[in-house]
Design a binder for this molecule. Structure first.
Ligand SMILES: O=C1C[C@@](O)(C(=O)O)C[C@@H](O)[C@@H]1O
Length: 261
């Protein structure tokens, strides 16, 4: 697996990283949310821009500025999640492109979430433009209706890599325990087929296990909540950190027991 450096944070090696979303509606709420998140065990922050209400572009850029003023060395992932992918607002292809471009040009985010469902033209131009400006591109796909077959999950992640994603992410909805295991198994297999770091999750309460099993499946990042979850099934970050510490400790124990024999 290759790695991605976001500021000083290495994604794709070592322990699974924790990302918490800001789901604020105003600039003031966003800055307060960032401060609360930064006080917890979080590696980086996702700003879900689609939650912002009635905001002009100037207001969004100004909010990004205010966020950057409190972020310090913690990386920021900018995401505009459209309604068809489970987000709060729709945005035209042109506005999506120009919003990300404006944020990137002013270096107001380290990484950008680029939806695979955007048009071919938007994806091709945006990934190129964001890379020119030294930004990390996290391709994403959400399926709120089902868990596609393993082969389909792997082919989506491969397509993201082929389109020059730095990180490939997919979130799916389970309707049975078997679906959760399928997503986890697909993740394990995708790590053999794809070189960029991959991030996967099975959403909803049923899928929680997929959010704490990165040490086994190879999902490089897990999303946890602070005040408000941005997707169903996210675990509160302090609880999440405690569980991940346990899983890591078990890894060490296992290594030691292997060495003993
Ligand atoms: O893509 C993702 C993952 C996510 O949908 C989740 O299920 O945790 C949460 C979103 O905010 C983020 O952009």
């Amino acid at each position: 697996m290759s790695t991605v450096l976001l500021k000083n944070l290495m994604i794709g090696s070592g322990r699974q990283k924790i990302c918490a979303p800001i789901t604020a509606k105003t600039a003031e709420q966003a800055v307060n949310a960032a401060k609360r998140i930064l006080a917890g065990p979080v590696d980086f922050i996702e700003w879900r821009i689609d939650y912002m209400r009635n905001s002009s572009w100037t207001a969004i850029l100004d909010t990004a500025d205010q966020l950057n003023a409190v972020m310090g060395q913690t990386p920021l992932l900018a995401t505009f999640r459209s309604v068809n992918e489970g987000g709060e607002q729709s945005i035209s292809e042109a506005d999506y492109f120009h919003l990300y471009e404006a944020l990137a040009m002013q270096k107001l985010a380290d990484a950008f979430d680029l939806e695979l469902s955007r048009s071919d033209d938007t994806r091709t131009r945006l990934v190129k433009r964001l890379h020119e400006m030294g930004r990390t591109v996290v391709f994403s796909a959400h399926d709120f209706s089902c868990t596609p077959p393993e082969s389909k999950i792997i082919s989506i992640l491969k397509k993201m890599e082929a389109e020059h994603a730095d990180i490939a992410k997919i979130a799916v909805m389970p309707s049975s325990p078997a679906d959760v295991l399928h997503l986890m198994h697909a993740t394990l297999k995708a790590n053999q087929a794809v070189t960029v770091p991959i991030v996967t999750m099975s959403m909803g309460s049923l899928g929680k296990l997929s959010r704490i099993s990165g040490a086994i499946t190879g999902s490089a990042v897990t999303f946890g909540s602070v005040d408000h979850a941005s997707a169903p099934g996210q675990i509160e970050v302090n609880v999440l950190k405690q569980i991940l510490n346990e899983v890591d400790a078990n890894e060490v124990d296992r290594d030691q027991s292997i060495r003993r024999f």
